[in-house]
Design a protein around this ligand. Sequence first.
Ligand SMILES: NC(=O)c1ccc[n+]([C@@H]2O[C@H](COP(=O)([O-])OP(=O)(O)OC[C@H]3O[C@@H](n4cnc5c(N)ncnc54)[C@H](O)[C@@H]3O)[C@@H](O)[C@H]2O)c1
Ligand SMILES: [Zn+2]
Ligand SMILES: [Zn+2]
Length: 361
Amino acid sequence: MPQQVRGVVARGKGRPVGVETIVVPDPGPGEAVVKIQTCGVCHTDLHYREGGINDEFPFLLGHEAAGVVESVGEGVTDVAPGDFVILNWRAVCGKCRACLKGKPWYCFSTHNATQPMTLEDGTKLSPALGIGAFAEKTLVHSGQCTKVDPSVSPAAAGLLGCGVMAGIGAAVNTGAVTRGDSVAVIGCGGVGDAAIAGAKLAGATTIIAVDVDDRKLQWAKGIGATHTVNAKSGDPVTAIQDLTGGFGADVVIDAVGRPETWKQAFYARDLAGTVVLVGVPTPDMRIEMPLIDFFARGGALKSSWYGDCLPSRDFPYLVDLYQQGRLDLDAFVSERIALDQVEEAFERMHRGDVLRSVVVF
Ligand SMILES: NC(=O)c1ccc[n+]([C@@H]2O[C@H](COP(=O)([O-])OP(=O)(O)OC[C@H]3O[C@@H](n4cnc5c(N)ncnc54)[C@H](O)[C@@H]3O)[C@@H](O)[C@H]2O)c1
Ligand SMILES: [Zn+2]
Ligand SMILES: [Zn+2]
């Protein structure tokens, strides 16, 4: 029997989100229904609400979640009812050209549930990143459920489902930060701070946090930044160069995703250095730069989708590091909120009051 549960729906560009009744079908072949325990508020949810991702309203928001599998459809063998899982938005297909090349973290044909969740009147919902977890229950593809040790705090572990994984992976997987590297991270929200945590795990010795908000810089220091730069009080490019012997950083991560921050990242890196764009730009954004600068400076200009992660590989090992006290996921949980407080959480995110607000059911 399809179930009626409460979920956070965005009905139109810039319109405040609200809790509505949504209909979750029984899982079909390959699908699972997951009872959500926690779901973090990621900036990407706000991008959806603002129409910055696409126009397929109404959206069922939320995609950074942990929960327990309630039921599975035909043919599902990798997870079973009762399993504690982190939801992922990279259920790899195993068959596309990326998967066949042995690079499944680029999978171009990831699985989502095939049946739609709907509003009570039958209107189809677009679940954010194919998840839609600001809801008491959600329907996903079983491959989107990554089993991890059930003894961890769901509020902390669930953050690996998006922002924290994206940030750590931007540093470790995409940026290939290694021991002795200098790293600068522009934008120290949940994603940027996770990139700082990743750079620290990988052995970077100089980790420069750049933000426009002193509170964020303070938190970034707590996570592992060795230096901080407030981009409002001077040119961050010069500041990063000054902190790296005049050269620039080996890896610069743009966790904001605007033309000005990407340009800063480009010029604040050392010759042959790497830029990683993990912040998500909107389709209207443009950049104009001398082509010779791209050639003359060498190096690599990369984008990081979901930190180039492989959930089945990366979630369990990051949970291990968390349990061993080597990755402080709790530091990312600024507050626990109720389902009807997501709109206020967007405002607090906008004001810079939080790293992550986490909806707890
Ligand atoms: N690539 C991916 O797979 C992926 C995954 C998750 C999130 N994201 C994206 O990453 C970005 C960051 O997400 P978040 O949840 O950390 O957001 P957030 O709002 O928590 O953090 C953004 C931070 O950037 C800072 N900032 C804003 N303008 C700045 C500027 N000009 N210079 C320096 N700092 C500036 C803000 O003060 C804030 O601390 C978003 O664009 C989000 O959509 C990407
Ligand atoms: Zn694939
Ligand atoms: Zn996200």
